[in-house]
Write a protein that binds this ligand. Structure first.
Ligand SMILES: [Zn+2]
Length: 82
C-alpha cells in the first residue's frame, strides 16, 4: 500500500465513511506500523479534527459582526424573544 492510499483510507475512517473495506483497513494498519510519516500524518489529522469539533459555531453575535465588519452592513438587532 502506498502512503497516499493509506492516508485516503485513514481519512475516510476519520470522516466516519463506511465505504472502506476491511482489506483497506488491514492494509492501512500494516502500512502505519511501518511508516512513521503516515503515523505523523494521522496524528495531525486527528488533532485538526478535534480542533474543528471544539471550535465554536456561528452565533447571532458572530454573524452580526461579520456582516458589519466584512460587508459594511448593519445587521438587524438579534431578536431574543424568539
Ligand atoms: Zn506511509
Amino acid at each position: 500500500m502506498t502512503c497516499s492510499a493509506c492516508r485516503a483510507a485513514l481519512s475516510a475512517r476519520l470522516d466516519g465513511e463506511p465505504s472502506h473495506t476491511s482489506a483497506e483497513e488491514t492494509g492501512a494498519g500494516r502500512h502505519l506500523a511501518g511508516c512513521a510519516d503516515c503515523r505523523d500524518w494521522l496524528a495531525v489529522a486527528q488533532r485538526l479534527r478535534e480542533l474543528a469539533r471544539s471550535a465554536p459555531g456561528p452565533s447571532p453575535e458572530w454573524t452580526r459582526s461579520l456582516l458589519a465588519g466584512v460587508l459594511g452592513l448593519e445587521a438587524p438587532p438579534v431578536d431574543r424573544c424568539g
